[in-house]
Design a protein around this ligand. Structure first.
Ligand code: ADP
Ligand code: ADP
Length: 235
């Protein structure tokens, strides 16, 4: 069953009198637990597609459905990671990872009461990305790759059903990037979230995704859909 369904979705940005067609008549569906990648040059509408899927933008025409319901406001249960990890420098890695839980807690008291349990959850996540024992370090004490791994932990702490990954490895050197592909794949095999990865890197898309959507330079057009059948390690 489809978790996300885009039905003939178009989006036109209007700034003053200027109109930009950023997504044209896109129809695609993402199954629960599927890993999709969207590749294409800058300006082809990848970020716009992400914002439509998560309900941050309403489509100009067409409909977006998530879990069978028409999306009319930002959806819940989404984890996000971008190119630059936005970790707060004055918080330890652990406290950065706990931040999403702290923000959604209705009262500070409630968060404090569950803190030990949450911290244990953060520790398990850190261990699964190879950062066991690094919870007390501050972001600036970590390398770029380690910061992005912490960033992924933060995105996963509330156990989201959908992960939106916008060029999460784009700022890393080639060696670190490929190391993170392996970690990303392990996280996905363990947790089976649905993932939408935006990337410029075709090798990355093929490595990680079940389905690769290729968008063209003419803004907003999905020109090719390539389903990839990769035998995956069973865990
Ligand atoms: P990508 O993520 O592939 O680089 P975007 O979705 O950001 O592409 O942009 C698609 C097109 O829409 C581009 O031509 C871009 O300039 C335009 N665009 C994106 N965001 C806005 C906005 N907020 N207002 C006006 N035009 C925008
Ligand atoms: P809390 O809400 O639990 O106090 P923070 O420690 O993140 O969470 O602090 C709240 C806000 O205060 C932050 O969003 C940030 O804008 C600001 N802030 C706190 N410490 C600093 C700092 N060292 N440098 C800059 N801004 C800070």
């Amino acid at each position: 069953p489809a978790l996300v369904d885009l039905r003939q979705v178009s989006l036109t940005y209007r700034v003053g009198k200027e109109e930009t067609l950023a997504l044209a008549d896109a129809t695609l569906s993402i199954a629960k637990g599927e890993f999709i990648a969207v590749v294409g040059p800058s300006g082809c509408g990848k970020s716009t597609l992400m914002k439509l899927v998560t309900g941050l933008l309403p489509p100009s025409s067409g409909e977006v459905h998530v879990r069978g319901e028409k999306v009319v406001r930002p959806i819940k249960g989404v984890g996000m990671a971008f190119q630059n990890p936005t970790l707060m420098p004055w918080r330890t890695t652990r406290d950065n990872i706990l931040l999403p839980l702290e923000i959604v807690a209705p009262h500070k008291q409630q968060f404090r009461r569950k803190r030990a349990e949450y911290a244990a959850r953060a520790e398990r996540l850190l261990a699964s990305v190879g950062l066991g024992g690094f919870g007390d370090k501050y972001p600036w004490q970590l390398s770029g790759g380690m910061q992005q791994r912490s960033n992924l932990c933060r995105a996963l702490i509330h156990e989201p059903e959908i992960m939106m990954l916008d060029e999460p490895f784009g700022a890393l050197d080639a060696f670190t990037r490929e190391e993170l592909w392996g970690i990303m794949q392990l996280l996905w095999l363990e947790r089976r979230f649905t993932a939408v990865l935006v990337t410029h890197d075709l090798r990355e898309a093929v490595y990680l995704a079940d389905t690769v959507y290729v968008m063209s330079r003419r803004p907003g057009r999905v020109v090719m859909t390539k389903r990839i059948d990769i035998p995956r390690p069973r865990t």
